[in-house]
Design a protein around this ligand. Structure first.
Ligand code: 16G
Ligand code: ZN
Length: 512
């Protein structure tokens, strides 16, 4: 049954992801490898079955490391090789080789927790995974329908009980209790927000969470048809809203009303509103800027009063896709450092860990705020509040549900409207395009993906075009999730930015 995978499938930016029909063998073998990872570390690991914002017919699997972070990068090629073996016996040989190489003692126990989003193929792939775990003689627990960040949270709690209760219920309690302490309010003043759940697992979990938050915030849930998996991410969800820059289906335009959209596994969120008939997007860059401005105030207090023994160092981590206006706002107006990393949550997460408060968001809405507990407990004045924020905000990975409550808490505390937030800075016009090429692997980047080292002529072409475009910026990179190269451009006007992106795209299409 689980013999040869129909084609080679890479372990990409966020695990295996492809058409679900091609994934049975891969996911079965993910069970074998996850068990090995667990034995190697002597800890519980997680496996999430999801294809995030992809269309309903796709699915995927990603391995979660014991502290709730993504699989260590150095293991990715090992996992890809084993899972893509041409025969079962080749797969077994590769596993044996790895067990020896990694010096995993005989009899070492293994424990794997897993869960899935609402796709129709989820139960079948969960069975495949379970079969792999059985064969590897690993103990395991099936958490059923969960969001990706919930499974990260649960994995962390099992290995580190101080983090919380390793259940979905424990997750709800942790977030709702922190939120209620941060923003004590009456039912009259609670925030109201429309949440587009992308017809996915976010709907399942927010509906379950309602009893915990009814008195704290008014969530108006739409696109909650999770029992109809074919509607997942269709004309709705974070990716749809960010890409098309307009309202998803079933969200009515209501002047200045705060709305948000989750993606298919609820690890990503974007906000928006309609002001005077105009769609106003509050993407990951806006969330990062809001959070940066908010936590910066804690630093300012200490500068003014000199009360803090050690000021907290705050930094923001973005990727090349961050709108230039957001970077400029954070550096020049907030006077905070900004790092730029390669695309993919794991890269941002890693860099954000070096700060006392590390704020990281991709423009597409993946992100979180990390608090360094040691440095915060040195800080006498605000440690209580900061520790509550550390409870509220998922410390393992970007999390749409916890980011939603983070934004509500900040807006309420600052007493500003969503439109005030939108007006903190004005985005530069930008354009994202993609084009197919013969071999996207020839596109090699440097400088956090902001420049190409290869092909050289493409970079020369970009330089030449950018020189002639006021406030122009443009870069090209190979996608880690699709067989395309992406072209991003920014400029003073929408026309010049569209022209820049289009010329670069045409040049690539004509030559590669
Ligand atoms: C994955 C990444 C996301 C990144 C995107 C880029 C995670 C959990 N997800 O979805 O962070 O923005 O890939 O896709 O790391 P691309 O390589 O196709 O542009
Ligand atoms: Zn996602």
């Amino acid at each position: 049954m689980f013999d040869r995978p129909p084609k080679y499938i890479a372990y990409g930016t966020a695990g295996f992801r492809d058409n679900a029909a091609d994934l049975d063998t891969i996911v079965y073998r993910v069970g074998l490898v996850a068990a090995m990872r667990s034995r190697y570390l002597g800890k519980t690991v997680g496996v999430m079955i999801t294809a995030s914002h992809n269309p309903p017919e796709d699915n995927g699997a990603k391995i979660i490391d014991p502290l709730g972070d993504m699989l260590q990068e150095s293991w990715e090629s090992r996992v890809a090789e084993i899972c893509n073996a041409q025969t079962d016996s080749e797969c077994v040989d590769l596993l044996k080789k790895s067990y020896l190489e990694l010096k995993i003692p005989d009899g070492q126990v293994s424990n794997v927790v897993y869960g899935r989003d609402t796709r129709a193929s989820g139960p079948r792939l969960a069975e495949a995974l379970q079969a792999g775990l059985l064969r590897a003689e690993s103990s395991s627990t099936d958490f059923g329908l969960v969001t990706t960040p919930q499974l990260h949270y649960i994995t962390r709690c099992i290995n580190d009980p101080t983090f919380g209760e390793p259940t979905v219920d424990g997750y709800f309690k942790k977030i709702s209790s922190a939120f209620s302490k941060l923003t004590p309010r009456s039912p009259l003043t609670r925030s109201s927000v429309t949440v587009d759940c992308a017809n996915g697992v976010g709907a399942v979990k927010l509906l379950e969470m309602m009893p915990y938050i009814n008195d704290l915030a008014e969530l108006n849930l739409v696109n909650v048809q999770y029992t109809d998996p074919d509607s997942l991410n269709v004309e709705c969800g974070a990716d749809y809203v960010k890409t098309n820059q307009h309202l998803p289906k079933n969200v009515q335009p209501e002047h200045d009303k705060l709305c948000c959209s989750l993606d298919g596994d609820a690890d990503r969120i974007v906000f928006y509103l309609v002001h005077d008939g105009n769609f106003c997007l509050l993407d990951g860059d806006k969330i990062a800027s809001l959070a940066a401005g908010f936590f910066r105030r804690f630093q300012e207090d200490s500068e003014h009063t000199g009360e803090l023994e050690k000021p907290i160092d705050i930094g923001v981590v973005q990727t090349a896709y961050a709108n230039g206006s957001s970077t400029n706002y954070i550096k020049s107006d907030l006077h905070l450092p900004v790092d730029c990393t390669k695309t993919g949550v794991k890269h941002l997460h890693h860099v954000a860990q070096k700060y006392g408060i590390g704020i990281y968001f991709e423009a597409n809405g993946h992100g979180t705020v990390l608090f360094n507990q040691d440095r915060i407990s040195d800080n006498h004045v605000h440690s209580d509040v900061l520790n509550l924020y550390a409870e509220l905000v998922n410390q393992t990975v970007g999390d749409a549900i916890s980011d939603l409550f983070l934004v509500l808490a900040i807006l309420e505390t600052l007493n500003i409207t969503a439109y005030d937030w939108f007006m903190q800075y004005v985005d530069l016009p930008n354009k994202l395009m993609k084009t197919r090429v013969k071999d996207r692997n020839v596109f090699k980047t440097t400088d956090a993906e902001r420049r190409l080292v290869n092909p050289e002529d493409v970079q020369q072409k970009i330089d030449e075009l950018v020189r002639n475009t006021p406030q122009g910026r443009c870069f090209v990179r190979a996608s880690g999730t699709e067989d395309v190269v992406r072209v991003y451009a920014e400029a003073q006007t929408q026309e010049s930015c569209d022209a820049l992106a289009k010329e670069v795209c045409n040049y690539i299409a004509a030559n590669y």
